[in-house]
Design a binder for this molecule. Structure first.
Ligand SMILES: C[S@@+](CC[C@H](N)C(=O)[O-])C[C@H]1O[C@@H](n2cnc3c(N)ncnc32)[C@H](O)[C@@H]1O
Length: 200
């Protein structure tokens, strides 16, 4: 099964309460995006069925959601009804070099940590550089050093802010990192870190 088929089959077979990453309100993401920019263009990488895009539209941002899973995007669009028309939906693999245009803020909760292949991480970095100009920001949430070793049947990597900064390279300066303990719908605690970067 390739990556798209893997994620499509998950979104087609499981309800929100069965997805470990389901979060009622993406409060830390909203806080860090707000600190980066009070308005502007935000892209949510691997947005899945997250309510983040909707919350950002409500705050006046221009929003795009990219996900490898068309099933995830369709589910999010259906949930939103007419409001979905205010969001640009992009079905694409972040490692496949899609052309995205320019955004002020790049947001990723729980996608980068799935990239266990160095070539995929290099492709992610290239896309980030193409998409976020100097002065733009990236908010990246991953499993922390004491976070899970696997998620949805896949191996993952763990990061702290400094390790993530090394991955992104010197064109992204680390402004801050904040820990978050995510409580899954199944009641498990998962340790995340969220880091805010500025492109220099
Ligand atoms: C753990 S979920 C997190 C979803 C969402 N960010 C959230 O916080 O609720 C990971 C998401 O990344 C998407 N994904 C995985 N690999 C991807 C890739 N290479 N390119 C784009 N999206 C990807 C999956 O389809 C899934 O929606």
């Amino acid at each position: 099964m390739n990556s798209k088929e893997h994620w499509d089959s998950i979104y087609r077979s499981k309800g929100d309460d069965e997805l470990s990453w389901t979060q009622a309100e993406p409060l830390l993401s909203l806080k860090l995006i707000g600190e980066a920019r009070p308005s502007g263009r935000v892209i949510d990488l691997g947005g899945g069925r997250s309510v983040l895009a909707e919350r950002l539209v409500d705050r006046g941002y221009t929003v795009a959601v990219l996900d490898i899973s068309e099933a995830a995007l369709e589910r999010n669009r259906n949930r939103l009804g007419a409001k979905a028309n205010h969001i640009h939906w992009i079905a694409a693999d972040v490692t496949a070099g899609p052309s995205l245009g320019v955004f002020d803020v790049w947001h990723d909760r729980a996608v980068f940590h799935f990239l266990t292949d160095a070539g995929d991480r290099a492709a992610y970095r290239r896309l980030l550089l193409q998409t976020v100009p100097v002065g733009g920001h990236a908010v990246i949430g991953t499993f922390a050093l004491d976070g899970p070793l696997r998620c949805s049947g896949l191996e993952v990597r763990q990061y702290d802010g400094v390790m993530l900064a090394e991955e992104l390279g010197e064109q992204f300066a680390l402004l801050k990192s904040e820990p978050e303990v995510h409580l899954t719908p199944q009641g498990k605690r998962q340790s995340f870190q969220f880091s805010l970067f500025v492109r220099v």
